[in-house]
Design a protein around this ligand. Structure first.
Ligand code: ADP
Length: 540
């Protein structure tokens, strides 16, 4: 017997229509590429998303055709999120930090038909458009009068003239909720990038889950600043969960430096921000010298890489901002776990609480996880045993777009992360499996070693990698970037490890570098660091 409730497909268009109807006057504020601040409401965003849908119809785009973007976080990008997916096409957000060759490869692989780009990416588009065989239409996200006369890009038109004459109402089509809505390619640090193809159903369920109190806790009372980019995994789904709840949205545009982010947080009374540790590092570095304070910021979600304890402490102790440590990946839409404490942790000491906060957190309803050994045998949840982390759930990848092989193992997706899970279900990533350091048959967590280094007052950034060793197979070394104007010696830093970790886990050496190479999503690129240090010799 089937249930007798309405079978309404979960469609992305319903999110923006809900926001327009129930939170029509809630604001969306954007710092634009032009440098100024733009503000309007969900009501106007919905109207312009419908204009986008009409404009796509006028181009003759078919159902499921791909529309690519090269754009920062801003209101026009937000309108494309809804206009493209809502009308049944697939939004393909491209990471502009990728190598131009890779961008062209991705656009061809996805068979993009349209490319909408921010004017800051004009030189990039000029460099790659001849290689993008399938793109027929180029749209610059700007006013008509901001479009330079001779760009060399065939048929280029401005976004405002493209949507300007279109009606502001639109009958969003109803279709199968499993239809593809958007796609995102992984950074492809090894081999070609691979695409996760999200559906209306997976994105809507993920938006519901993200908004839960123990997850990202998104509310109509919040003003949210997603510094995490809309070009990577849909900015952790914030454009959807904000519409689902009616939260005010504040988009930083291209200005992600500490000063710009701080000023936006203050000016727009941001209560809630989300981003990767490198962005927050820039913010804290900006605030400290002048003794700046937050007047409204209450919570920040940090994920994408492990959040160092020093950062959790700085936000919490110095600024009264709660840090929610999150974990996920492109293939998971991206949220998998988030770290919030339970009532039973209230009585713990601050030190004990910190140990929990450093973990990547508990699974969100909708995400099943387990850890397994090399033979695929499930390992215990004792907080000590580590193994390969596997996940499954309705917003986790089944196959890559045009993928050649089945990525799943008995229905589970192998994340490539190594983790422990404790009896309460708190998961802790110890490493990417390829970054684990194997020393004398034991594993050393590079994240643990980095966390200690960045707790030193003179250290800005630290990356721990394993170096081949004749006796121990591998030994850890730590590459360190010092804070401007601060100093620390190799010996001082190694002494700083004493008592903070087991002796055999202390790095064999410290290498001071000017910068640590970062990948297209702001993560430390250890493959590149290893190349840079290929002639390095361990002491002795
Ligand atoms: P890409 O696939 O493009 O490298 P993702 O954003 O999908 O980028 O990266 C996912 C990976 O990032 C995870 O598998 C994990 O290794 C790492 N990661 C994400 N969040 C955290 C976190 N909070 N702590 C440690 N590692 C994290």
């Amino acid at each position: 017997m089937l249930g007798l409730m309405q079978n309404q497909p979960l469609l992305i268009s319903s999110l923006i229509e809900f926001a327009a109807r129930h939170h029509g006057d809630a604001e969306i504020v954007s710092r634009r590429v032009e440098g100024d601040i733009h503000r309007y409401t969900y009501r106007e965003a919905a109207r312009r998303s419908r204009q986008v849908a009409h404009a796509l119809d006028a181009l003759g785009l078919a159902f499921s055709d791909r529309v690519a973007t090269l754009a920062w976080n801003g209101y026009r990008h937000f309108e494309l999120y809804y206009g493209v997916s809502g009308s049944g096409r697939v939004l393909h957000t491209i990471n502009p930090r990728l190598h131009p060759e890779q961008i062209a490869w991705i656009a061809n692989h996805a068979e993009d038909q349209v490319l909408c780009f921010d004017m800051s990416f004009l030189p990039l588009v000029q460099a790659v458009h001849a290689k993008c065989a399938t793109i027929k239409h180029y749209i610059a996200l700007c006013d008509a009068d901001k479009l330079p006369a001779d760009t060399g890009i065939p048929g280029l038109q401005s976004y405002e003239s493209w949507i300007g004459g279109q009606p502001g109402d639109y009958d969003w089509p109803t279709f199968d909720e499993n239809t593809a809505s958007s796609m995102c390619y992984t950074s492809g640090t090894t081999g070609h990038p691979k695409a996760a193809l999200y559906s209306h159903r997976s994105s809507t369920l993920h938006a519901y889950a993200a908004a839960l109190p123990d997850v990202m806790s998104v509310s109509a009372r919040d003003a949210i600043l997603p510094v995490v980019p809309m070009f990577h995994v849909n900015a952790w789904g914030i454009p959807y969960s904000a519409a689902l709840t009616g939260a005010k949205l504040v988009f930083p545009g291209p200005a992600m430096d500490g000063k710009s982010v701080y000023e936006l947080i203050e000016a727009e009374k941001v209560t809630y921000a989300a981003g990767v540790p490198t962005v927050w590092q820039m913010l804290l570095t900006h605030m400290k010298p002048g003794g700046l304070r937050f007047s409204t910021l209450r919570r920040t979600v940090i994920g994408g890489s492990a959040c160092p304890p020093a950062m959790i402490q700085a936000f919490n102790d110095d600024y009264g901002v709660e840090v929610l440590h999150a974990w996920g990946m492109t293939e998971m839409s991206p949220l998998g776990t988030l770290c919030t404490l339970k009532n039973k942790h209230d009585s713990l000491s601050e030190e004990e609480k910190m140990k929990i906060r450093l973990k990547q957190g508990r699974a969100i309803y909708g995400v099943d996880m387990k850890i397994v050994d090399g033979a695929g045998k499930e390992l215990p949840w004792d907080g000590k045993t580590y193994g390969d982390l596997m996940v499954k759930g309705p917003w986790i990848i089944r196959e890559y777009y045009k993928g050649e092989s089945d990525p799943l193992v008995d229905g589970w997706f192998p994340t490539g992360d190594v983790a422990t899970i404790n009896a309460d279900g708190y998961m802790q990533i110890t490493d990417r499996s390829k970054d684990v350091i194997k020393s004398g048959g034991e594993w050393i967590s590079s994240i643990d070693i980095e966390n200690i280094a960045v707790a030193h007052p003179a250290v800005l950034m630290a990356a721990c990698i394993g170096m081949t060793h004749p006796k121990w197979d591998e030994r850890p070394i730590i590459a360190v970037v010092k804070k401007p104007g601060m100093d620390v010696s190799r010996e001082e830093l190694l002494a700083f490890y004493e008592g903070k970790t087991a002796k055999w886990q202390i790095p064999d050496d410290v290498v001071f570098v000017d910068a640590i190479p970062l990948g297209a999503t702001g993560k430390m690129l250890k493959t590149r660091l290893r190349e840079l240090l290929k002639d390095y010799q361990l002491p002795g």
